[in-house]
Design a protein around this ligand. Structure first.
Ligand code: CA
Length: 329
């Protein structure tokens, strides 16, 4: 396998706090011999576990970057036993553009793993995580939100894994993160995801969806900040026990949880996030925006559960996710 072109300006094995960059050569019209400079912080104090935190895997999701730039600015090596690696803007070009995907190559970071050292910019970043950063980590936390097109109840997620001991460690980390909702997340398509890459390496992996709509809220930022410190306490990297409050445990038993749109039009939400719905309850209507006098199409919940996600923009297209209904455990 070819060498990855990224070089780190920090030494991952050194004690203390270092702020630097993952430097990826990127030659383009505005910078012939330039580099993409992806911010990174590594904080280490002696031997102990390593936690790897990422935000900005999708560039229009903000709780991760806010909480992780904050963590990077405030972490003190003397408080740690082990190591913390912080990459607040994993897909830097997408983050700078406020877009889900990279404006450089169209790459969706969470669909290109394991990446490619001689591929696109996005694939090169993925390959660096796959072969350099993930192998350093014991705990991997990837902080997502819904971006411009989805909104979520704030949850931390683990996945159903073939290795039940590993799954249990992930569930314990999810419980320690202690978002208001904790969910066994069913993915639409797990191929190419960072999640899958980390889990296949046997890591303790958790992700989140902490809100959405292409912005952050005070309440969801607070959940992210508390969650990362809780995870560090759970891992034994920070002293003390996680601060644990109430969480609602949710499960997604099968594909019925996803309600997909088979119409394009004007979205009329009929229940809000967090609402309890029963099978057959009205979830939304989609109006024909081209003419008056047409009855809207009705979408109902296929199962009993909690409205966990919804389409965010006021207009909806064919094939968009209308809503996700997850089941209370
Ligand atoms: Ca996302």
């Amino acid at each position: 396998m070819q060498r990855n072109p990224i070089s780190a300006t920090v030494d991952f094995d050194a004690d203390g706090v270092q702020h630097g960059f993952l430097k990826l050569p990127h030659s383009h019209d505005a910078s012939a011999w330039g580099s993409l400079m992806i911010p990174v912080t590594v904080a280490r104090n002696g031997d102990g576990p390593t936690a790897l935190f990422t935000g900005g895997n999708h560039g229009d999701e903000y709780e991760g970057p806010v909480a992780l730039f904050d963590l990077a600015a405030t972490v003190r090596a003397e408080d740690l036993s082990g190591r913390v690696i912080i990459v607040p803007a994993m897909n830097l070009p997408a983050f700078q553009a406020g877009k889900r995907t990279s404006p450089v190559d169209g790459g969706n970071m969470n669909r290109v793993f394991p990446g490619n050292p001689v591929g696109t910019v996005t694939e090169k970043i993925a390959d660096y995580f796959q072969r350099t950063l993930l192998p350093l980590a014991d705990y991997v936390v990837d902080i997502h939100s819904g971006g411009k097109t989805l909104d979520f109840v704030p949850f931390c997620a683990a996945h159903v894994l073939a290795d039940k001991a590993q799954q249990q460690r992930c569930v314990e980390a999810m419980a320690a993160f202690n978002a208001p909702y904790s969910i066994m997340l069913l993915e639409v398509d797990a191929t190419g995801m960072y999640d899958t890459a980390a889990e296949e390496m046997g890591k303790v992996f958790i992700s989140t969806e902490l809100g959405g709509g292409g912005t952050a809220r005070a309440s969801t930022v607070a959940i992210a900040k508390r969650g990362v410190r809780n995870l560090l306490r759970h891992a034994g990297i920070l002293e003390g026990a996680p601060e644990i409050g109430e969480t609602v445990n949710l499960d997604m038993p099968d594909g019925r949880c996803f309600i997909s749109s088979e119409h394009a039009g004007l979205l009329e939400p009929c229940v809000d996030l967090g609402a309890e719905v029963s099978e057959g309850d009205l979830v939304c209507k989609i109006h024909d925006p081209a003419r008056t006098g047409v009855a809207p199409v009705i979408y109902k919940s296929p199962i009993d559960g909690v409205l966990t996600a919804r389409h965010f923009p006021g207009l909806i297209g064919m094939g968009d996710i209308v809503a996700v209904v997850a089941v209370r455990v």
